[in-house]
Write a protein that binds this ligand. Structure first.
Ligand SMILES: Nc1ncnc2c1ncn2[C@@H]1O[C@H](COP(=O)(O)OP(=O)(O)OP(=O)(O)O)[C@@H](O)[C@H]1O
Length: 257
């Protein structure tokens, strides 16, 4: 199990469990997520990948039947600390979902949206931040001449990069990606993968994917979950080329779905 020195560790998950209506979805998970790396969560459908991802920015708070136990610390601070501001946590830990969900407004306003909630910036600075976020999401060149057109005119792949730009605009430290390319065509998927690899110089990324080639291509570390438990966690190289457990090998090679 990889462990990281405090200065290299973004998130530390310790004895974390979560149940929906008394039914366990995550069981006593302990793992550390390294800073400025891509970590993939893989495992069969229903094993708890999305539940774990969402727990990192406390989305389970919105579900009355969900009960969490244990600790998740971001930069050493427990995210369940009652003194912690949840909206600030969600700014620091951004999330991108499977289906691109741009708001029904212009490309510019989509990226400005979170920024406006966070703080009032003078227009010049806001424009600079929007250009920066769209560039970081590898979309600027494609949209710079039509910033005030509807976001819904973009292709699915462009919409997903716009959603990533919207998330980046508020300068998160961690980006959670829940199957971000599964609704996209192969070319758009490769663009998202390249983007993920490039973004790790700026922030920590966690990727949920069903696509084993994708996990192998973009992630540095891979955690394999089964029935809510962490089965194997290691460098992606090790997990994919020399898995410690037969169950991991069976899943990676498609013998277990
Ligand atoms: N909102 C919810 N209410 C009740 N049960 C839920 C809820 N969300 C997930 N579950 C259950 O928790 C377990 C883990 O689900 P989760 O969506 O985290 O798995 P997953 O590995 O991401 O699955 P998939 O790959 O199919 O998206 C499953 O048994 C699921 O039915």
């Amino acid at each position: 199990m990889p462990t990281f020195a405090a200065e290299a560790c973004s998130l530390s998950i310790e004895g974390f469990s979560l149940a929906y209506g008394g039914k366990p979805a995550l069981r006593d998970l302990t793992l550390q997520i390294p800073r400025h790396r891509v970590t993939a969560f893989i495992g069969p459908s229903g094993c708890g990948k999305s539940t774990l991802l969402r727990a990192i920015n406390r989305l389970h708070d919105l579900n009355e039947s969900a009960r969490a136990e244990g600790r998740i610390a971001l930069e050493g601070r427990d995210i369940h600390d009652p003194k912690l501001d949840v909206s600030e946590l969600r700014r620091r830990v951004g999330m991108v979902f499977q289906t691109p969900n741009p708001f029904p407004m212009s490309i510019y306003e989509n990226v400005a949206f979170g920024l406006r909630l966070q703080k009032r910036l003078p227009k010049r600075q806001r424009d600079d931040r929007i250009e920066w976020a769209l560039s970081a999401a590898a979309l600027w060149d494609e949209v710079k001449d039509r910033l005030h057109r509807s976001a819904w005119q973009l292709s699915g792949g462009q919409q997903q990069r716009l959603v990533i730009a919207r998330t980046l605009a508020v300068e998160p430290e961690v980006l959670l990606l829940d199957e971000p390319a599964s609704a996209l065509d192969p070319i758009s998927t490769l663009k998202i993968e390249e983007l993920i690899r490039n973004l790790k110089s700026q922030l920590t990324l966690i990727l949920v994917t069903h696509n084993m080639q994708q996990a192998a291509r973009v992630s540095d570390y891979t955690a394999f979950l089964q029935q809510g438990a962490l089965v194997e966690y290691g460098s992606t190289d090790q997990v994919f080329t020399n898995p410690r457990l037969q169950r991991t090998e069976d899943y990676i090679t498609g013998r277990l779905s």
